[in-house]
Design a protein around this ligand. Structure first.
Ligand SMILES: Cc1cc2nc3c(=O)[nH]c(=O)nc-3n(C[C@H](O)[C@H](O)[C@H](O)COP(=O)(O)OP(=O)(O)OC[C@H]3O[C@@H](n4cnc5c(N)ncnc54)[C@H](O)[C@@H]3O)c2cc1C
Length: 461
């Protein structure tokens, strides 16, 4: 079969939420585009698959905060709606051999532990306010904060009680999913700044986990893709991007694209697998080599109905270090079947990944049975997605930066490289790391490109 040649204004590499949004905005502005997506589906880190009965379930990104205006705006455009995550009933925190039931935000651990967690969160929020959202590397104390790891900060943050410390460490590890020794403290402060407060990142009500998408988060991508029509090419992994004079050429298997601009939206680690001509500079390569995403497994446990609700549980449970470190009710809007989403993060995800699949599944189910009773021991289905083994993602939820990287080369995250522009949640400021950040980054890249293309047609005076 011959190679197909396509001539467009803009080539978009990657059909996740950043790429799809960039393409949509460019098309709306009258530009011709092509989206080249490596997988045989759109959505990237958002992946809604179907259970045997047709129920959509989210294997990747799923939750949306009520302040996530960009993704909510896109959803309104394509006619997709949200519903509230179930929160009624008792949450369960496993502390050693004890199940502590509680309602609201704060587990029933010692008052001293509760106070130390609250103080640590307030301190983090205060420091985060001093980080400029668009240029965290220009914070007054950027050098000091970027030289430190999150692990070192947690050691000295004043939370001493056993379970409180484990809980806080797990919650922060859950944000980055990597080993906290390898995450810059400045990156944590920037993340907090990008989401308003650390409490918002951790919370369901009023927080990042407040809403789910009716029909699954992937339904948004499917609708955007349908409108893109022929402009979307699936199973088209981009291998090479070359720039000559005022044109850029993009090679993706059976397709060669000639464009005026290209926007690359793949996770940073995957940029390294594209051959650039002229080549990317060393400082950019080093940034991408360092920007790794962590290990996280999301396991969906499916039951005939959300039995825990009738038994007075919310479905929100936690046990740091276990095979189900955090669970949250992810039942579809229709109310059946009952779905619990269970997560393990970083070193804990890797520990359980070393078990054979049956032992791993038994460990998750057993942990849930001990928290929610015997019915939790017999799920109708278990759907497991170890994201760091996904060829076109390699880690989740988003890339974290090690000490030193943000101050050394943070500006390169968004700085164009000739005719090549960059998008993707890792390049976002507001909602950095989240679906909303991906959409915002796509909009920013589209605006940047439109600006350049308009300038190119303004006649010289
Ligand atoms: C398990 C998990 C849970 C999460 N939970 C949430 C959540 O609840 N709420 C939230 O807001 N966020 C969540 N996130 C994060 C959210 O999913 C991401 O921030 C967002 O989807 C990133 O979108 P993106 O477009 O920037 O990148 P991606 O979705 O990674 O898109 C990049 C695309 O590029 C493609 N690609 C890669 N290489 C090439 C190549 N060479 N050529 C062509 N195409 C290529 C990929 O296949 C992919 O489709 C979660 C992520 C994971 C993995």
């Amino acid at each position: 079969m011959g190679v197909e040649h396509i001539d467009v204004d803009v080539a978009v590499v990657g059909g996740g939420y950043a790429g799809l949004t960039a393409a949509r905005r460019l098309q709306q502005a009258g530009k011709t585009v092509v989206v080249l997506e490596a997988r045989d589906r759109v959505g990237g880190r958002i992946w809604t698959s179907r259970l045997p009965d047709g129920t959509p379930v989210d294997r990747g990104g799923a939750w949306i905060a009520s302040c996530h205006d960009a993704i909510l705006g896109l959803m309104r455009e394509v006619g997709v709606s949200t519903y509230k995550t179930w929160v009624d009933g008792a949450h369960v925190l496993v502390d050693g051999h004890r199940n502590r039931r509680y309602t609201g935000l704060i587990p029933k651990i010692s008052p001293l532990a509760v106070v130390t967690i609250a103080l640590a969160q307030a301190r983090l929020d205060r420091m985060a306010k001093r980080v400029p959202l668009d240029e965290p590397w220009y914070a007054k104390r950027a050098a000091e904060w970027d030289a430190r790891s999150v692990a070192s900060y947690l050691e000295h943050c004043g939370i001493r009680t056993g379970i409180a410390r484990e809980l806080f460490e797990m919650a922060v590890r859950g944000l980055f999913t990597g080993d906290l020794e390898e995450v810059s403290f400045l990156h944590l402060l920037f993340l907090v700044r990008a989401h308003g407060s650390i409490g918002r990142l951790f919370s369901i009500e009023g927080g990042a986990q407040e809403n789910l998408v009716d029909g699954g988060a992937g339904s948004i991508a499917h609708r955007v893709a349908a409108e893109l029509g022929d402009a979307l090419r699936l199973s088209a992994p981009v291998r090479a991007v070359g720039q000559r004079h005022d044109r850029v050429s993009v090679e993706a298997g059976g397709v060669t694209v000639s464009a005026r601009r290209v926007v690359v939206t793949v996770p940073p680690a995957l940029v390294l697998e594209i051959a650039f001509d002229p080549p990317l500079r060393d400082d950019r390569m080093t940034l991408y080599r360092n920007a790794v995403a962590g290990s996280e497994t999301k396991t969906l446990l499916v039951y005939d109905e959300p039995f825990w609700r009738a038994e007075g549980f919310s479905g929100q449970t936690s046990e740091p270090g276990s095979a189900a470190e955090v669970t949250i009710d992810a039942t579809p809007a229709s109310g059946t079947p009952g779905v619990l989403a269970s997560f393990t993060f970083g070193r804990v995800a890797r520990h359980f990944d070393a078990l054979d699949p049956k032992a791993r599944r038994d460990a998750v189910v057993d942990a849930l049975r001990r928290r929610l009773g015997p019915r939790a021991g017999s799920p109708a289905d278990v759907v497991e997605t170890p994201w760091w083994t996904e060829e076109w993602t390699r880690g989740c939820s988003f890339a974290h930066l090690p000490p030193g990287a943000l101050t050394r080369s943070g500006p390169l995250l968004r700085e164009p490289f000739g005719l090549v522009h960059w998008a993707g949640t890792e390049t976002a400021t507001t909602s950095h790391g989240a679906i909303d950040g991906a959409v915002r980054s796509g909009e920013r890249a589209a605006a940047e490109i439109l600006d350049h293309l308009e300038q190119a047609v303004v006649p010289r005076q």
